[in-house]
Design a protein around this ligand. Structure first.
Ligand SMILES: Nc1ncnc2c1ncn2[C@@H]1O[C@H](COP(=O)(O)OP(=O)(O)OP(=O)(O)O)[C@@H](O)[C@H]1O
Length: 585
């Protein structure tokens, strides 16, 4: 019952709706008492000498029609109120959870796996919704129907018969609870097996090219079959337990009917009750099956809901480490960038990823950052984007600490092209105007021209209207990178960050894009991280990073004259270019 208390804020908010729902449940329970009573009276009247009078028959039939119509209306009423309340709760929690996910920082996503977060957003919310729907229904319906039926049995028939007849009923609740628990555990295993099967299917389908290239079809199919067998085995257990419900209910109800007929028959023969009353009683007994059964089910619904509520509440209680100051600057950031990091280590990592990385980037200048894989280039960007706040040092944008801005003001000023691009399942045009949907088609096309992807887009079957992403056409790595650049440059950001964003385009296209950027962004600041040195050779300053520290810095010419790592790498890449090889890092 604890989960009802935890959800009391919601029931409080929706007390009118739930009050109405419960009132309708009560009305349904009351009209439900009419048909058995009417049938009993009919039997008794037909048993009388001279049979039933037409007038009496008509009024009894009228009562039955009234009960039928009443049930129709009141059932609609409670369904509307209670199921509607449950759906509204799910929507409220879903929106809250989604907004929370949006607010959380990078460490949160490092702590929680995407699959788990998705499970919370689907299964857990479903279980909580069930408490506000089926939970409330089963609780009140079983209480109301159970009580009104027992009262009717006592008043309309006989209290002793009632007492004997309901004796086996608690067994029904116990059975529903115990079987329910076992079924729940089996169901959880079945869900886990199903997730595994899902993962496997997704992995095999998306990795089909690799599987075929390596001739692993047989092995993969065998692996798949094994997982399918395992899933079926577990589901058999679920079906077995599920199949026990009906026969067990029938058995317990059978015992109840035997007691009712035996003792009720005795009461009829001893003239304590009439035949009609016994007929009514049998009908009332069958109305008690559901309430008893429901009480057993209720515990399972509440238990699942409770565990799910705790998991969701725990997630919602986590706070982002990135906190905006109450008086944060909301005006978009612009101006020089001063990056002065003495030390930064990722959370839960003792080892410093950046040490003494200092640079000043005047507004309108371009900075190049090069270095081997894992040198710390992307980490610099993560700090600029305020994905992590916990470092020794300071980062300023336009003379203000970046932590002094609202996140929106900071991020609006930055156009970021990450290493791994993500395209949404929508049109090419909408992917480009992702951060600002008000951009017009000509603006979208300008951005595409600037990133040298316009002609490629015109070659697609439906041009800018072509669907990309999961359900769309497959794009080459270079096309994806250029679309990501277009998405970043369309807002003409104060600071453009390109994190190895040209690695998949050929040298000619790279030169074209860099040339466009120099022209279009003459007064704007740009930072380019790259493995290929030709991407940064025109930068005003280039930093060479090694193990998170700056080991060389200067312009392209200065670095060549320096004869260090940069000069050596340049010579190597020049040679590769000449012999037509690929870039190495
Ligand atoms: N979220 C993280 N948590 C812990 N360590 C991380 C995290 N991200 C990166 N690292 C580590 O920090 C170091 C620097 O990584 P970073 O991605 O900044 O390098 P990089 O120079 O951008 O390399 P690449 O060109 O491959 O992206 C690496 O050793 C990496 O393993």
């Amino acid at each position: 019952m604890g989960v009802f208390k935890k959800l009391s804020w919601y029931f409080q908010e929706e007390k009118k709706r739930y009050g109405l729902g419960i009132l309708f449940l009560l009305l349904v329970a009351i009209v439900n008492l009419i048909p058995p009573k009417v049938i009993g009276t009919l039997v008794d009247s037909m048993n009388q000498k001279g049979g039933i009078q037409t007038g009496q028959l008509m009024s009894l039939l009228g009562l039955l029609v009234f009960a039928g119509v009443g049930q129709y209306v009141f059932r609609f009423g409670w369904r509307n109120a209670i199921w509607g309340g449950a759906a509204k709760l799910e929507k409220t929690l879903r929106t809250r959870l989604f907004n929370h996910f949006m607010k959380m920082d990078a460490t949160f996503y490092q702590r929680h796996r995407t699959g788990d977060l998705m499970a919370h957003a689907t299964n857990d919310l479903n279980a909580i919704q069930n408490v506000a729907g089926a939970g409330i229904l089963t609780l009140f319906d079983s209480l109301i129907t159970g009580t009104t039926t027992i009262i009717a049995m006592i008043f309309f028939v006989d209290w002793r018969l009632t007492l004997f007849a309901i004796l086996p009923m608690p067994l029904l609740a116990v059975m529903a609870r115990r079987l329910g628990m076992r079924l729940h555990a089996a169901f959880a295993r079945s869900q886990a097996a199903f997730s595994r099967l899902n993962d496997k299917t997704q992995e095999s389908v998306s990795g089909i090219k690799v599987i075929k290239t390596f001739g692993q079809e047989k092995e993969d199919t065998a692996d798949f079959d094994q997982i399918v067998d395992h899933t079926i085995e577990i589901n058999k257990k679920v079906n077995f337990l599920d199949a026990l419900f009906d026969p067990t209910t029938s058995l317990i109800m059978g015992i109840t009917y035997v007691i009712t007929i035996a003792y009720g028959g005795y009461l009829v023969t001893s003239n304590a009750i009439t035949i009609g009353q016994l007929v009514s009683f049998v009908s009332y007994v069958s109305s008690l099956v559901w309430p008893m059964f429901a009480i057993g089910r209720l515990f399972n619904i509440l238990e699942r809901g409770n565990a799910s509520y705790d998991r969701v509440a725990e997630l919602l209680n986590e706070h982002s480490a990135i906190i905006e100051q109450p008086d944060a600057i909301a005006a978009p950031a612009h101006g020089d960038i001063r990056f002065k990091i003495n030390k930064f280590a990722y959370p839960d990592d003792d080892h410093a990823t950046l040490t003494h990385v200092h640079f000043t980037l005047p507004e309108g200048h371009t900075l190049g950052i090069v270095g081997r894989v894992g040198a710390g280039k992307s980490t610099i960007f993560k700090l600029l984007l305020r994905e992590f706040d916990d470092y020794d040092g300071v980062i300023e944008f336009g003379g203000q600490n970046i932590k002094a801005y609202t996140l929106e003001a900071l991020l609006d000023a930055i156009g970021y092209v990450p290493q791994d691009n993500f395209l949404f399942s929508t049109t090419v045009a909408d992917n480009i105007r992702f951060s600002s949907f008000e951009k017009t088609q000509p603006q979208v096309e300008d951005a595409a021209r600037e990133s040298a992807v316009h002609n490629d887009i015109l070659d697609f079957a439906e041009g800018y209207g072509t669907l990309v992403g999961e359900r769309g056409v497959s794009l080459s790595g270079g096309q994806k990178q250029r679309l990501a650049i277009a998405r970043a440059v369309i807002t003409t950001p104060e600071l453009l960050i390109m994190d190895d964003a040209l690695s998949a385009v050929d040298s000619k296209t790279e030169a074209e894009i860099l040339d466009n950027l120099r022209q279009e962004r003459a007064n704007k600041t740009t930072i380019i991280a790259a493995q290929r040195l030709s991407s940064v050779m025109h930068a005003d300053e280039i930093l060479v990073l090694k193990d998170g520290s700056v080991i060389e810095r200067g312009s392209h010419d200065e670095l060549l004259a320096n004869n260090g790592w940069y000069a050596e790498m340049w010579a190597k890449q020049e040679l590769e270019q000449k012999i037509g090889g690929e870039t190495v890092g």
